[in-house]
Ligand binder design. Structure first.
Ligand code: TXA
Ligand code: MG
Length: 318
């Protein structure tokens, strides 16, 4: 049975103790809720892969309380320093070469010589990390390939029979996973779209490749095509309503026919609002028993790139 804990001082201390002892807990971050465990402990990392049914070739992100702390485990370069100055703590994950004596479990980095690191901005995540002298891995707190959780309730619904504790931090403010940028080679490359847009990154380091720029190798296996999917089949950009179909709308465009129910990600067409509502509304529609969900894509710019990316991955595939 899972217990949802309030983020009191005692519970944060308890969380830090349990994590140090190799336990797994769901914790809030500003992007989505994470399934946290000690990144230096092979057994804890193994448990996380098992709880999530996550393929073990898909590496995890290690979380730290500050950018300075990552240098023990990964090699910092000028680009990462500049980006960190601007965006850390926050929704940006760096893939960097590991140091020779990196503490990050080989299982967490899926045997690669690089590791993904992030400094979450959420005050509860910060408070927990501040009490722990080691990195904490935290993939999204959901079964692999299902919708990411943006509140404690979602985690309970998805993993309630597989974990013992969830720290409640309310709704995740951003609602979409961090942008992942690979800085392990001379050409910086975005591996996963997120809150920090390509333009914002370019304004700091000049040049960055996009996920679609090279498709020969799956470098971020989280980018496998079916990901972030609801159980109810989802289709994109409907021309008109199907029977017993819900609509996930955006802005004020009207679509022909009668949808059984409509949720609007942002009636005023605001992308930040749409991102914060995306997984929340998909969870909600998924629970209501519709035959299908029809979703409108959003303008393909800045945060819209990340929203459309998640929608395409949520789309029904045979
Ligand atoms: O916002 C987030 O990043 C959330 C919160 C909880 O922090 N976490 C999250 O973790 O989304 P996860 O495990 O669901 O996604 C990690 C992504 C995956 O796409 C994975 O393939 C990529 O990071 N990744 C991790 N290590 C990597 C590495 N060494 N090289 C390339 N990609 C890596
Ligand atoms: Mg995930």
């Amino acid at each position: 049975m899972v217990t949802i804990l309030k983020a009191t001082k005692e519970n944060i201390e308890k969380t830090a103790e349990l994590l140090k002892a190799g336990e797994i807990m769901a914790i809030p971050t500003e992007t989505v809720y994470g399934l946290a465990g000690d990144a230096t402990n092979d057994q804890a990392v193994t448990k996380i892969f098992a709880i999530k049914n996550r393929p073990n070739f898909n590496p995890l992100i290690s979380h730290y309380s500050s950018f300075e702390k990552i240098s023990r485990d990964v090699i910092i370069d000028e680009r990462s320093k500049k980006l960190a100055n601007k965006f850390c703590p926050g929704p940006l994950t760096f893939v960097l070469p590991k140091t020779i004596d990196s503490r990050i479990s080989l299982l967490a980095s899926a045997g690669l010589n690089t590791a993904a690191v992030r400094i979450p901005a959420h005050p509860i995540a910060q408070a927990i990390l501040n009490q722990i002298d080691r990195p904490i891995v935290a993939p999204s707190a959901n079964l692999s390939s299902t919708l990411s959780p943006v509140n404690a309730k979602h985690v309970e619904q998805n993993l309630g029979n597989r974990i013992n504790w969830i720290i409640d931090g309310g709704d995740s403010e951003i609602g979409l996973e961090s942008t992942v940028i690979d800085l392990s080679t001379s050409e910086a490359k975005i591996l996963r779209y997120g809150k920090i847009s390509p333009e914002e990154i370019k304004s700091v380091i000049g040049k960055v490749l996009l996920p679609e720029d090279e498709i020969s190798e799956i470098k971020a296996p989280g980018m496998l095509l079916k990901h972030y999917s609801p159980t109810t089949p989802l289709r994109l950009n409907p021309m008109k309503a199907n029977i017993n179909e819900a609509l996930l709308a955006f802005g004020d465009k009207i679509i022909e026919g009668d949808f059984a129910f409509t949720k609007n990600l942002s009636p005023g067409a605001n992308l930040n609002e749409a991102a914060a509502n995306l997984f929340k509304y998909l969870h909600e529609l998924d629970q209501m028993g519709f035959s299908s969900i029809a979703a409108m894509t959003v303008p393909n710019e800045s945060l819209g790139l990340a929203i459309n990316d998640r929608l395409r991955r949520a789309e029904y595939k045979e």
